[in-house]
Design a protein around this ligand. Sequence first.
Ligand code: FE2
Ligand code: FE2
Length: 308
Amino acid sequence: MTAAEPRREWDERAGVRTSPRRRLGDELRRGQLFFPPALVPYFDHPLTGALPGHQRTALLARHLYQYLGFTAQFETRVVNRATERIAGGRGGTDVPTATRLDAYRIYVDEGYHSLYSLDVIDQISRASRITPAPYDFGPFLARLDEVGERALPDETPLAQLLQVVVFETLITAILNDVPKDLRVLTVVRDIVRDHARDEGWHHAFFSGFFRELWARQPAALRGRVARCLPGLIRSSLLPDLRPVRASLAAAGLRPAAVEDVVRDSYPAGRVDEDIRRASRHAVRLFEETGVLDVPGGREAFESAGLLR
Ligand SMILES: [Fe+2]
Ligand SMILES: [Fe+2]
């Protein structure tokens, strides 16, 4: 493992060590946005465009809550489930103590990301009086776990490590674009920027970790790992449409209109293109390490639409 630089810098750079608690100021009165409209695929659909202004505002607030609520759950229930294995020396591959310490640092980071995600939902919902809908992460997690269980039935810890390698090497538009939109609430831009900074070195750590893990896999398992990864990528990035439908219904759209908006706003081609774009670094990592060269590897990535 060669994550020397991030390790040295964590005490000076990690958000949990250096950033203050982010607070909502008085920006709601000034009409700052909850979330960038460009990142909400259904926001400009004619049926949502025709809604009254306060309902459109609430759509953006609920989209923010959904993103933060998902993050709060994902970090602790998926990322830290596997990161704790590495930290505890149960990652299925011998790692030096320095790597275990880094894994504990990431564990702390992810716990902190969950904390401020829920904190900001709480601050904004109190001040705006726009209530977050209850969010059940269970179905998303079940779908993600099922991909690993099907491809690697007797290798649950390995499948969970791969989930995290995949997720931590994805680059989503939200982390990049939210901080740049000056119309968005400062507290939202601040926590997304804080988060993106931490994720930069998580990305480096998990890329290095995967290289080690892959190098130590017996040949018999490599094919199964290679064929499992595309499904993990897709199930991590497929939009979760249940909360979208609930939000559109809460805005006053009838069931048939909700379905029209969802169908028009998430066409398969656009979803696939977004998945390809967000996973390009992960796919490059798997190409460099030789994952695509094992029998069936390239075909699995190709048929998942991940290669250009
Ligand atoms: Fe995170
Ligand atoms: Fe992370």
